[in-house]
Design a protein around this ligand. Structure first.
Ligand SMILES: Cc1cc2nc3c(=O)[nH]c(=O)nc-3n(C[C@H](O)[C@H](O)[C@H](O)COP(=O)(O)OP(=O)(O)OC[C@H]3O[C@@H](n4cnc5c(N)ncnc54)[C@H](O)[C@@H]3O)c2cc1C
Length: 478
């Protein structure tokens, strides 16, 4: 025990749950430490639900001290939401999500959302359902076809039971066949979110153009208010957010004919002074130099000295270590094109700033090699054609509903700005063997590009699975 009773103010750490306090009461106890001298557990004795409500009304809602709302945390279970709406829900980076995996689970034929916009449009609704039914039937057909193909390709491992062998093949098959599932496919999401973020998330949903997202916004508000009755009660539709859903619809669609965008990752922008900036930040942290002086010193170092300093700092990074904030001083902007399945995983990385374009069939599709290898490409492509036909039927009148019919094979394009520190995390995770194989391709390309421009800054990235082209291979890895 490092601390002793000799300290006039000994370190105390404890969970603040002395009695059954509500999330709003807890938030007030923490907030009150700003002005009150007592320890938290004493403050807790005087906070009641009524006091908490008044406090939040006055300070959080009245004076805009929104950070207090971050101490109220909600665990929300969201079930049977389309993947399209899940994207909007997960587009709140200060929250935590766990979502049902389409890689490890098999979905039944009716596991899709039918937009209520179609309730009064019988023909379109029938067409929508028919298209989804066809996509799900194709999904099943592809799984059995690919599994049969794999039986001839994958030998049984030593001591592998029938069940395990079958399970392994099925999982590999699912990984490729799930590309045919539409964006209307349902999912479940467990979300841990603080009340400040939730208020923002609800406003965004209420400002959406789809009924499903508006319904979700209303449900989150209603159920969320059972936990935090005051903090999210003014979450409303917002004109500015609503405009974000509709803007751009008037811009010309110049690239409709460019159906096969050839490059998966393009490095749009990077800092030519990156190495000097990272080293300057390291010098700054470990000295009392002003920043300009640190940058000057870094600039005037020899390349060898700069690299030695990088080695001293990053050379001891273990496989599970996170590099320091100095790496956040530089960032990279990429334009990436990836299938919707990969996009759904990529956008979950919260330390990036990504901006994606509207989901449409314009950029073509990704065809998983196993589908081609199993001689099922024509089945796959004819289901894609049906999905696109449905998309175009909806697009003229209900453009916000049309993307529900696009599949996980359809491509999406985005720009993203990622700092070097997040690059270390992202590339390690998404170039490993277990990563989604099409996302892995894009990440491999992006990594190649940054290694090409900043070889010294990526030298210390210890990848879990090292690609053939990796320039820093040691003899033991070759
Ligand atoms: C092979 C694989 C399979 C996966 N399968 C699933 C799945 O089935 N279902 C599923 O829901 N997810 C799954 N995930 C995880 C999910 O995709 C991650 O949430 C996503 O990759 C974001 O990455 P991240 O959480 O590591 O960190 P990022 O969002 O990239 O953030 C970078 C780092 O910042 C820190 N950080 C960011 N936000 C927080 C926070 N709120 N609290 C604390 N620290 C934070 C962490 O140190 C984190 O490593 C899978 C990931 C991989 C690689």
């Amino acid at each position: 025990m490092a601390q002793s009773n000799l300290q006039p103010y000994p370190l105390r750490t404890y969970p603040l749950s002395l009695r059954q306090m509500t999330e709003e009461e807890l938030a007030v106890v923490f907030a009150m430490t700003s002005r009150r001298p007592e320890p938290f557990d004493e403050i807790a004795q005087i906070v009641t639900a009524e006091k908490a409500e008044k406090f939040h009304e006055r300070w959080v809602l009245g004076y805009g001290h929104a950070s207090v709302a971050e101490h109220a945390v909600l665990h929300m279970a969201v079930e049977n939401l389309s993947r399209l709406s899940a994207d909007t829900l997960e587009d709140n980076r200060l929250s935590s999500y766990t979502e049902k995996s389409s890689r490890y689970q098999l979905f039944s034929r009716d596991y899709y959302h039918v937009p209520s916009e179609l309730d009064t449009r019988v023909e379109l609704r029938n067409m929508f359902k028919e298209t989804c039914d066809h996509l799900f039937a194709t999904y099943e057909k592809l799984i059995s076809g690919v599994s049969a193909f794999l039986k001839g390709e994958r030998t049984r491992r030593e001591n592998e039971t029938d069940k395990t062998y079958g399970f392994r093949l099925r999982r590999e098959a699912i990984d490729s066949c799930r590309f045919i599932l539409p964006a209307a496919t349902l999912t479940n999401i467990g979300m841990t979110i603080n009340a400040r973020s939730l208020e923002h998330a609800i406003s965004k949903l209420l400002s959406s153009s789809t009924n499903e997202e508006k319904d979700l916004g209303n449900a989150l508000k209603e159920k969320g208010m059972e936990i935090t009755p005051t903090l999210i009660k003014y979450a409303e539709y917002n004109d500015y957010m609503a405009a974000a859903f509709t803007q751009g619809k008037n811009f010309p669609d110049e690239e409709t004919v460019e159906t096969k965008w050839p490059i998966d990752a393009k490095l749009i922008n990077y800092d030519v002074d990156a190495e000097r900036k990272v080293v300057a930040a390291l010098l700054y942290r470990h000295s009392n130099l002003g920043y300009e002086r640190a940058l000057f010193n870094s600039t005037n170092m020899s390349d060898d000295d700069r690299r030695k300093l990088l080695m001293d700092n990053l050379g001891s990074l273990g496989p599970h270590d996170t590099p320091g904030r100095e790496l956040e001083m530089v960032d990279y902007t990429f334009e990436m094109t990836m299938d919707y399945g990969a996009f759904r995983e990529f956008k979950r990385h919260r330390m990036q700033s990504y901006i994606s374009q509207p989901f449409s069939p314009n950029l073509g599709i990704f065809t998983p090699p196993l589908i081609t290898g199993s001689n099922l490409e024509s089945t796959f492509r004819s289901a894609i054609a049906k999905a696109e036909e449905g998309y175009y039927q909806l697009a003229t009148e209900l453009s916000h509903v049309a993307p529900y019919l696009l599949t996980h094979a359809h491509r999406r394009r985005l720009i993203t700005k990622i700092n070097l520190r997040e690059c270390y995390h992202l590339f390690k995770l998404r170039t490993q063997r277990q990563a989604h194989f099409s996302l892995r391709q894009v990440m491999d390309k992006a990594l190649r590009l940054v290694v090409g421009v900043h070889p010294e800054l990526f030298r210390h990235l210890s990848l879990r699975d090292i690609p053939d082209w990796w320039p820093y291979r040691t003899d033991s890895e070759s």
